[in-house]
Design a protein around this ligand. Structure first.
Ligand code: ACM
Length: 784
């Protein structure tokens, strides 16, 4: 971790005698990287005598002044006196904020720091605000502690910055449906957005698992729709969102929350002061289980429905066949549009399951009456009517890229998430688009090694992916490219049940997205970005925020080889030194330095971490690799004999290759139903322990075995039981992780072992794949 980090290029200065000793001029490391940045000589110290001098329309500059003074008061304990000026040059011990005549929409600014003072100039208040944000990043990182640091002088290195954003839409989406985050948390989100010069907060307010905004005309949306059965799991080692039981009749839901209209206004105003526009999303016509739980009359079947507890739901849509549905949409969006002054309203439109539409007479009548081809065109019909409602209020509608299916609504802006295809198609058709393809912009995806990350994400989106994503596809013409409004990071919160998880998944990938959205392509530099992250990490440390060092952590790989295991290591960020140990001790720079792949020939715990210029950067990556007696033994399936699903064959069960927490890892041997197999040794072998790691991926019907029995045989023919482990409760628990089952017994000499693993059969009601036999996925039969 970076707690003990000392600034990389810390400039140690003994200032003139009248000044305090200046030890920590911050290294100049601004994210997003400015368009042009020139280092000057010396530094300026902001103190309680420094004056803020305003030039230009004071009423417009005032919010920026208030913001800056509150930052200073909170970090240094003083605010600056404010005066007007007619001078556009830096005056002694002053900070000039000059609002120039010009383009009010421009977010550009210049920032000059000399040993005399500071000048920030812009044509809009937002430009001045972004100048202040850059200034904040020049301050000592210790001032981010959140409490007054009277002993830390506010030293600002001399620089000259000219800066402007590449894109006008630089967003962050927070899903508050899957997990609810209260007003104070949302304000903290807005604070960190402002620091990254992000300007669009996309607030995902309604989904299957909760409706989160008070609507006066439809009170059940919050009295019913905001609450679900509480199956929240805080344990990061087991991720069970997709395996939660559904609510049963008679149960009282207790997890949830919502924002009152007063709170919504408070947050919108808070955002406005940070030059952030808020885009509300009310997801429809799919993802609406919570909505139809409250008002089943707008569904096809009429319910009853319960707010989803987790997972993925199918019969969760509005009914576009009924007029009452459109009245509901008009009324609800009417109240929403009253609350959000920004001209964009997001109406979702994604992943609409149309099964109930196929069976519903109203939907089928609508298809016939309107001359629609199918349910896709019915969705398009629905979205176009919603767009009419939005446009009638002078607002613009955004939808996820599924709104392209069945024909795009005439004025819609498309948010491209299933890759770039939807965004590209929409831009070619002359529609505005916001790019947020999941591989590059989904902050709920895993950002590191499967076995070394908290068990929060699925699939992957790495820091470098986020940084290097090309927002305007080469396949667009210049004219089409102008329809790309910008980029956005999205945090879906299925696995994100608390603030620490939110920040862990957000930082540092949102810095990468922010830089990608702001900085001109020619000024971007991945290596430079990774080094500029380090002071940001120190700020996050000072603030006590959790963040991921995954890109700086050691990624440990292995490969079974001739009875031993070859170990290799790498990091996503280049230029770090890797040190490791094989004896369980904490790695230091006196440990082994990793140069290239090396073999181990016995069971080993590997610990590794990274250093940069002598300072530890990464977390400690720890993995254990068994080298065991069954390596290379003959494995024979007794049952099932035909249904085993193994890509590498049975010998893969004893090849010293261990599977990651990733169902696609070829080291997993997936077997349907009960397993019985024999392990036949070359010679008589003394054994005392059996271990088997199995995958739990219950959404795919992969459960832990209920029971594992181990038998031994001296002649390979008659077997006696050596031991067993029963784990009914664990085997019926749904989720996604890896679990090791161990069976120990007195030392015995055998020629062969027989392993019996009992599947869950049938998988009980309320579980994924209920009614069938589970699959058991094993990576290795480990014998000691
Ligand atoms: C989405 O991720 N379903 C927009």
């Amino acid at each position: 971790m970076l707690k003990k980090w000392i600034p990389l290029v810390s400039i140690v200065l003994i200032a003139c005698q009248s000044q305090p000793k200046i030890e920590n001029i911050e290294e100049v490391a601004i994210i997003p990287q400015p368009t042009s940045l020139t280092l000057g000589d010396g530094y300026f110290v902001i103190n309680d005598k420094t004056e803020l001098l305003l030039l230009g329309e004071v009423s417009e500059i005032s919010p920026v002044v208030r913001y800056f003074n509150s930052v200073l008061e909170g970090s240094s304990g003083f605010a600056l006196s404010v005066d007007n000026t007619t001078e556009n040059e830096i005056q002694e011990n002053s900070i000039l904020l000059e609002l120039k005549a010009g383009n009010k929409k421009s977010e550009a600014y210049t920032l000059n720091v000399t040993d005399k003072g500071i000048a920030i100039k812009a044509e809009s208040a937002s430009g001045l605000f972004y100048g202040i944000q850059s200034l904040k990043q020049l301050m000592p990182t210790q001032l981010s502690a959140g409490t007054v640091q009277k002993d830390i002088p506010v030293v600002i290195p001399a620089v000259s910055i000219i800066d402007e954003p590449r894109f006008g839409w630089r967003g962050y989406m927070l899903d508050v449906s899957r997990h609810f985050f209260g007003v104070e948390d949302v304000k903290r989100v807005l604070d960190f957005m402002a620091e990254m010069k992000l300007n669009r907060f996309h607030w995902h307010l309604a989904d299957d698992q909760g409706w989160r905004i008070e609507i006066k005309n439809y009170p059940k949306l919050t009295s019913v729709g905001a609450w679900r059965m509480d199956y929240n799991v805080t344990d990061e080692s087991i991720s069970n969102w997709w395996g939660r039981p559904v609510q049963q009749p008679g149960e009282t839901p207790t997890y949830g929350g919502f924002y009152t209209q007063k709170e919504i206004k408070e947050i919108v105003a808070y955002a406005k002061a940070l030059f952030i526009e808020v885009v509300p999303e009310i997801d429809m016509p799919g993802h609406s289980q919570a909505t139809i739980a409250a008002y089943p009359e707008i569904s096809c079947t009429g319910g009853p429905f319960y707010v989803a507890t987790g997972g993925v739901y199918k019969d969760n849509t509005y009914c576009p066949g009924k007029e009452v549905t459109f009245k509901f949409v008009r009324d609800v969006l009417g109240e929403v549009m009253d609350l959000f002054p920004f001209n964009y309203i997001h109406i979702g439109g994604d992943e609409c399951n149309k099964l109930s539409w196929k069976k519903d007479p109203d939907c089928q009548r609508r298809i016939k009456d309107e001359g629609l081809l199918d349910e896709h065109e019915l969705q398009s019909y629905f979205i176009k009517r919603v767009e009419d409602i939005v446009n009638a209020r002078g607002k613009d509608m955004i939808g996820w890229d599924e709104i392209l299916e069945g024909g795009l609504a005439p004025n819609a802006t498309v948010m491209s998430w299933r890759g770039e295809k939807g965004g590209i198609a929409a831009a070619r058709a002359g529609h505005d688009v916001i790019m947020t393809p999941n591989k590059y912009c989904y902050l709920d995806l895993k950002q590191g090694h499967d076995d070394l990350e908290p068990n929060l994400g699925y699939s992957y989106s790495f820091l470098k992916d986020a940084y290097e994503y090309k927002i305007i596809s080469d396949s667009l013409t210049q004219e089409q490219g102008r329809h790309v409004l910008g980029v956005q990071g999205n945090l879906w919160t299925e696995s994100i049940g608390d603030w620490g998880k939110l920040t862990y998944m957000t930082f540092p990938r949102l810095y990468a997205i922010a830089e990608n959205g702001w900085t001109a392509e020619k000024s971007k530099n991945w290596m430079g970005f990774t080094r500029r992250l380090l002071p940001q990490f120190r700020r996050l440390d000072a603030e006590g925020e959790r963040y991921a060092t995954s890109a700086f952590n050691v990624w440990i790989e292995h490969e079974g080889n001739n009875g031993g295991i070859d170990i290799s290591m790498k990091t996503e960020v280049e230029g770090l030194d890797i040190y490791y140990t094989l004896d369980g001790s904490i790695p230091t720079m006196n440990s082994n330095k990793y140069e290239s792949t090396f073999p181990i020939d016995k069971t080993t715990v590997i610990k590794a971490t990274t250093f940069l210029d002598g300072v530890q950067i990464g977390n400690i990556s720890e993995m254990s690799f068994p080298v065991h007696k069954a390596y290379g033994a003959q494995v024979v399936y007794n049952s099932p004999t035909s249904k085993q699903k193994s890509t590498a064959g049975v010998s893969a069960l004893v090849d010293l290759n261990y599977a990651k927490l990733n169902a696609g890892d070829p080291a997993w041997q997936g077997i349907n139903g009960d397993v019985e197999l024999d392990v036949v040794f070359d010679t008589l072998t003394e054994i005392e322990k059996f271990k088997m790691t199995t995958l739990r991926m219950t959404i795919s019907g992969i459960y832990l075995p209920e029971n594992v029995e181990v038998y031994g045989s001296k002649d390979g023919k008659s077997f006696t039981k050596l031991g067993e482990t029963e784990q009914i409760l664990a085997s019926h628990t749904q989720g996604r992780n890896k679990v090791t089952t161990e069976v120990s017994f007195p030392k015995t000499i055998v020629k062969a072992m027989r392993i019996k693993a009992k599947s869950v059969n049938p998988i009980p009601e309320g579980h994924h794949r209920a009614g069938s036999a589970s699959r058991i996925s094993i990576d290795e039969l480990v014998v000691y």
